[in-house]
Design a protein around this ligand. Structure first.
Ligand SMILES: [Ca+2]
Ligand SMILES: [Ca+2]
Length: 309
């Protein structure tokens, strides 16, 4: 009897170690901004303080309407391979800091090197990083899984359809769009012209995939079957971010020329903001009705209110 009991305990401990990887057990998300007092107690920052910043090469952002916070993706060092120093900061809609390092407070149970594009869908945060699509729990920040995209050379923009299908751009030659299904099957969605160093990706109100090129000013709308449904032009080339709002209006940011174009459904592009250096992969804050634009090496976010436009 005694030996049977010991064996059962042994089996149970093996099963646990298989189900829950040790690394995932160690993950912990960062706390909202605060500091430890002389008495050794953690004190949240008092209400009469605002802090701005907490960026290190922010390429993209997404907006979480549930928390009313902007998630800023920080690449950190961008030259050392496998540096594992990427992090996600949480920013209030007025630009002040909520949590300097939310994902990335420690490196325990976390792999995140140089996150570029990001998207949220159905309670999951998605980002592209070093040849992978990485998924995180939107509520807790906990890593869920990573899907490698073999054959990609620089994954950059990402968008996620309601059914969990992921579309990611590959900017460096060959110009490609990759598709990853919700169960992790990876395939080539589109390749070559009219893609020209594709960058930002969005899903429009009809479920089409909208892609902008950093190589020119094309705004390409693909049907889900991979055929080109529409071609439009931004006000300037060198595009990085693309947002499609509920009424079908498209906004495109030019990382090369520092502008934001608005393209109304069926209309021509109009530049609504300019002089924004390195206007990268912007997101739409649907609650405050504003565009939020990460500015890459400027370590900053730009905010464009749409109410007055
Ligand atoms: Ca890095
Ligand atoms: Ca980008």
């Amino acid at each position: 009897m005694r030996s049977v009991g010991l064996r059962l305990i042994h089996v149970a401990s093996i099963a646990m170690s298989i189900v829950v990887p040790a690394a995932a057990q160690d993950f912990s998300a960062g706390e909202p901004i605060g500091a430890r007092s002389e008495a050794g107690e953690w004190r949240p920052m008092s209400d009469n303080v605002k802090v701005y910043g907490s960026f290190h090469f922010t390429e993209s952002c997404t907006f979480d309407p549930g928390k009313n916070l902007i998630l800023a993706m920080n690449a950190g060092n961008r030259t050392a391979p496998n540096d594992n120093d990427g992090y996600v900061s949480l920013i209030h809609p007025d630009g002040s800091v909520h949590t300097p390092k939310w994902i990335g407070a420690t490196r325990d149970g976390l792999e995140l090197h140089d996150p570029l594009g990001s998207a949220i869908s159905n309670g999951v945060l998605y980002t592209v990083d070093s040849g992978h699509v990485r998924l995180f729990d939107l509520e807790t920040g906990r890593p869920l899984r990573a899907v490698p995209v073999p054959g990609s050379t620089l994954l950059n923009g990402i968008a996620v359809a309601d059914d969990g299908t992921i579309y990611a751009s590959n900017t460096r030659p060959v110009s490609q769009m990759w598709k990853v299904t919700a169960n992790g099957e990876t395939s080539l969605f589109a390749e070559g012209t009219p893609l020209n160093a594709p960058n930002g990706v969005a899903i429009d109100q009809d479920g089409n995939i909208v892609v902008v090129n950093v190589g020119d000013s094309a705004v390409i709308t693909y049907s889900q079957d991979g055929t080109v449904a529409r071609m439009e032009q931004s006000g300037e080339g060198g595009s990085d971010g693309v947002v499609v709002t509920a009424d079908g209006t498209k906004y495109v940011s030019s990382v090369r020329y520092g502008s934001v174009s608005r393209i109304p459904p069926g209309g021509d592009a109009e530049i609504i903001a300019s002089g924004i250096p390195s206007a990268a992969s912007m997101c739409y804050d649907s609650t405050q009705n504003q565009l939020v634009i990460p500015m890459n090496p400027n370590y900053a976010l730009a905010f464009v209110t749409l109410d007055s436009q």
